[in-house]
Ligand binder design. Structure first.
Ligand SMILES: O=C(O)CCC(=O)C(=O)O
Ligand SMILES: [Fe+2]
Length: 269
């Protein structure tokens, strides 16, 4: 449609930066007052270095449906509604949580820390998402190679788990990423203001897993992550990871689901 997305504007008004995870900031995200919440130094430098080594030693495999995107663990997005892959996802969910814990050891897995911090902050708590009465996996680690973007997409639980109370009840879905080892240049989280319907998104991505960046105008705003950052963002808006330079970009990620102020928040990958 329009030109290159390789430069990323930084836009303060869409982003809040906080020194800790606070309910008021999460409410700002929920109420659409901000689109990105960044918490620097959520994880310390030494922990990042050690966890980066542990993740690389554990080893990344490509997504089943997004070639060139490495991951440890499995995203429910990969199941593509196929019963045999869904079964595989659930059969391995808890083992994969433990695999991530082992990779991070002797440091705590940052996703466990995140889950505790959210639980402590939100009166109704934060729990691991269940689906079809089974526990989901959470804490997917993603590795993006230099020069390779994560193409533009939105994340909609309802596409992968349609007509379930768990997806029908969702009011907001936030992307959660903890940045373990990121390039100094590039690797921004880029966002567009567009909230497409899922049908429109699927139509526009065609056979690809997402929309190539050269088919979009430059992103409307972005966040440049640093090692140790925790970033939450509105995953229903179109977003992408811009290509990084010089080193692999390692993250630990989840989605956070909101269903109302009196409801528990939930996490899954
Ligand atoms: O790695 C990032 O900055 C964002 C990745 C992403 O698309 C997501 O977590 O939904
Ligand atoms: Fe995403």
């Amino acid at each position: 449609m329009m030109t290159s997305t390789l430069t990323a504007p930084s836009t303060a008004s869409h982003t809040a930066v906080s020194d800790s995870f606070r309910k008021a900031d999460l409410l700002s995200l929920i109420h659409n007052e901000i689109q990105i919440l960044r918490i620097p130094n959520f994880i310390g430098e030494n922990a990042c270095r050690s966890i980066s080594d542990g993740l690389k030693k554990t080893g990344y495999n490509d997504y089943l449906n997004a070639p060139q995107v490495g991951r440890i663990g499995m995203s429910y997005f990969e199941t593509g509604r196929q019963p045999d892959i869904i079964e595989h996802y659930f059969a391995n969910a808890l083992a994969n949580i433990n695999l991530l814990r082992e990779a991070c050891s002797p440091y705590p897995c940052p996703m466990d820390t995140f889950r505790c911090v959210v639980d402590e902050t939100w009166e109704a708590g934060c729990t691991l998402q269940t689906l079809y009465e089974k526990k989901m996996f959470v804490g997917l680690s993603r590795s993006m190679k230099p020069g390779i973007p994560l193409k533009a997409h939105h994340d909609m639980f309802g596409r992968h788990a349609p007509n379930t109370p768990e997806s029908d009840s969702l009011i907001s879905q936030f992307g959660v990423n903890i940045y373990i080892d990121v390039p100094e240049t590039g690797g921004e989280l880029g966002m567009w203001d567009d909230e497409l319907s899922d049908d429109e998104f699927l139509d526009r991505r065609g056979q690809d897993y997402a929309i190539p960046l050269d088919q979009l105008r430059p992103c409307d705003y972005s966040a440049k992550p640093e090692n140790g950052d925790l970033i939450l963002f509105n995953a229903r808006k179109l977003h992408a990871v811009l290509p990084g330079e010089g080193k692999d970009r390692l993250t630990i990620s989840a989605f956070l689901g909101y269903r109302g102020e009196k409801e528990a928040l939930t996490v899954w990958s």
